[in-house]
Design a protein around this ligand. Structure first.
Ligand code: ZN
Length: 226
């Protein structure tokens, strides 16, 4: 994964109706999304259930965009081989979900995917400082994982700033996930985020919403350069 100055947008397929997945995937490509964000939820680490490796494989058949898979599951070590074999380009696992974190991150890279580590709102950045050399991406949850309709938690932006300061020459991208719209996206961009997951906000009106989000992120860049 290349560090880029451009903000990258990763629309979440979870917000789409399962009946519309094929057309939503096509629409993601048409509006210039950078990834497809796929949330896998196990009903244990988070209260909901969604998608599995077989679904990742099917989604991959329906798009040329890279699949940015976010595994919200306990013991990711039991699933990561299957999810990567199914076509995940980026596989992000939660720091809170395993006692085998470094092993998992190394395994993800060894299997040819980009490795990501995620932290829930209650987890501080210092919990993952020891693994930052093993990751291509850090995902900061800006709401509690697996909960619907939550409000953006502004205190999480401090974690984005901290990760940006820690990055130095390490090439990890900083991704934000949870209640991202043109306003919260702009705040996260200002704090230093690179990748923006957006679900409900974009899916309401993808063709109108994605250009608005991209424009808001670019406006923040213009503002920063002045
Ligand atoms: Zn996610």
């Amino acid at each position: 994964m290349q560090l880029t100055n451009r903000a990258l947008i990763s629309p979440s397929i979870y917000a789409a109706s399962i009946l519309d997945l094929r057309s939503e995937l096509r629409a993601f490509e048409e509006v210039g999304a950078d990834f497809v964000h796929v949330d896998i939820m196990d009903g244990h680490f988070v209260p909901r259930m969604a998608f599995g490796a077989d679904h990742v494989r099917d989604l991959g058949k329906g798009t040329t965009l890279p699949l940015d898979v976010h595994l919200m599951a306990s013991q990711p070590e039991l699933m990561l081989d299957d999810v990567i074999a199914a076509g995940a380009s980026v596989l992000t696992i939660h720091a809170e979900a395993t006692t085998q974190l470094v092993w998992c991150l190394q395994r993800i890279r060894r299997l040819g995917a980009h490795a990501g580590v995620a932290i829930s709102p209650a987890t501080p950045v210092c919990a993952i400082e020891g693994v930052l050399n093993f990751v291509d991406q850090v995902l900061v949850m800006t709401v509690n994982p697996g909960q619907a309709g939550e409000s953006f938690i502004p205190q999480t932006l401090e974690k984005v700033r901290r990760l940006r300061a820690l990055r130095g020459k390490r090439p990890y991208l900083i991704e934000v996930d949870g209640s991202i719209d043109d306003e919260t996206g702009r705040l996260a961009r200002r704090a230093g985020a690179d990748v923006f997951v957006s679900g409900g906000y974009l899916l309401k009106d993808l063709k109108g919403g994605l250009p608005i989000l991209r424009k808001a992120l670019e406006m923040e860049d213009d503002h920063a350069e002045r």
